[in-house]
Ligand binder design. Structure first.
Ligand SMILES: Cc1cc2nc3c(=O)[nH]c(=O)nc-3n(C[C@H](O)[C@H](O)[C@H](O)COP(=O)(O)O)c2cc1C
Length: 333
């Protein structure tokens, strides 16, 4: 997710789940071929399994970038055919590519010929008012015909005119049944459903119909939820024992950032949701995002944030105990 799932974010998520596959933000072929490759491609070894997502449409450029992905050690390279932004449309890639399945098939084939890592695609169920199942079925069929085996399907249309990318993640209705139908019609393909999935129960329900679920905003905003995923969905113990332990590991990462000349705040913004739902979470978050502390040592800020959080937690616990005592007193009258 652009501006969200950078390498710091992915390192943080790896403290919570080892098995879940992580994706980069979309990187355009132009940025990779003419820009600062290390800035776009460098990642922490802990992030595996990690996929690089590309934005582009020229088969030769896509092939060259897929090669770069493989050389840099990515486990998968994914083509974005779901982004509706106007800037991306001007570049003639993203969701508008769904109108050109032959061009997408050429691009995917060029990537498949260039690398031996999996080449996958992320797309919508339709564009604009093209809402028939046949549209997405034929799109998937054309891409599968050149050898692509993994399809991540954002289960809503992209409306290419008049609404923002944010609205395009909310307004077009979710139609999960179309994605389920894709799995029934293409049982040999790996079909991954995306869009609006929040709880582990919802993930489990979807897994009865499809091979995988991609979770975007919920995972970013409520990261602790991922701590149960290795156990729930991969039958393995996850790395996270407690939020406190994750915070200790994360602090080491922040300190390593500072030691190599980068401010800790760049990475820390992705971890602000760690205590969400717990007493004191808001104070903890406020301390970490307060500008007056940005120049301070990360360990010192961590101490302040924890003091603030646990002070409030103690206050809440005391308040709850008092309320309970009053309730019991009232019940015994
Ligand atoms: C800030 C933000 C940036 C995003 N950037 C990308 C992107 O670079 N590539 C992509 O395929 N989808 C991107 N998306 C879309 C998400 O991957 C996902 O398809 C969408 O949010 C629906 O899933 P969700 O309801 O689980 O969040 C982005 C979403 C958000 C909120």
């Amino acid at each position: 997710m652009l501006d969200w799932t950078d390498k710091h974010c992915r390192f943080f998520h790896r403290l919570l789940t080892h098995k879940t596959r992580l994706y980069t933000e979309m990187v355009t072929t132009g940025a990779l071929l003419h820009g600062d490759q290390p800035r776009h491609l460098d990642f922490n070894v802990e992030e595996h399994p990690v996929a690089l997502q590309l934005g582009g449409s020229e088969p030769a450029d896509l092939a060259a970038c897929a090669k770069l992905a493989e050389q840099w050690g990515y486990d998968e390279v994914n083509l974005n055919c779901g982004c509706p932004s106007e800037r991306v449309q001007r570049g003639a890639f993203g969701a508008c590519l769904m109108a050109e399945p032959a061009l997408v098939a050429d691009g995917i084939k060029a990537m498949l010929d260039a690398v031996s890592i999996p080449v996958t695609i992320k797309h919508r169920i339709g564009i604009d008012r093209l809402e028939s199942y046949e549209f997405v079925r034929d799109f998937v069929g054309a891409i599968a015909a050149v050898g692509c085996e993994v399809f991540i399907v954002h289960a809503r249309n992209a409306w290419l005119q008049g609404i923002s990318p944010k609205e395009n993640r909310e307004l077009p209705p979710l139609r999960y049944e179309l994605v389920h139908r894709l799995k029934r019609d293409f049982p040999e393909l790996t079909i991954v459903l995306n869009g609006g999935v929040k709880t582990d129960e919802e993930i489990a329900v979807q897994l009865q119909h499809v091979d995988g679920v991609m979770v975007g905003r919920q995972a970013y905003h409520e990261p602790w939820q991922m701590a149960a995923w290795d156990q729930h969905f991969f039958d393995r113990n996850g790395p996270a024992q407690s939020r406190e332990q994750v915070e200790v590991e994360w602090l080491k990462y922040l300190e390593a950032q500072v030691a190599s000349g980068r401010p800790w705040s760049q990475a820390m913004r992705h971890a602000l949701g760690l205590w969400n739902g717990q007493a004191g979470a808001r104070r903890w978050r406020q301390i970490w995002s307060d500008h007056q502390y940005k120049a301070m040592d990360a360990a010192a800020v961590a101490t302040l944030a924890t003091q603030s959080r646990t002070g409030i937690a103690a206050h809440v616990a005391e308040h709850q105990a008092q309320t309970e005592a009053l309730r019991q007193a009232a019940a015994s009258v």
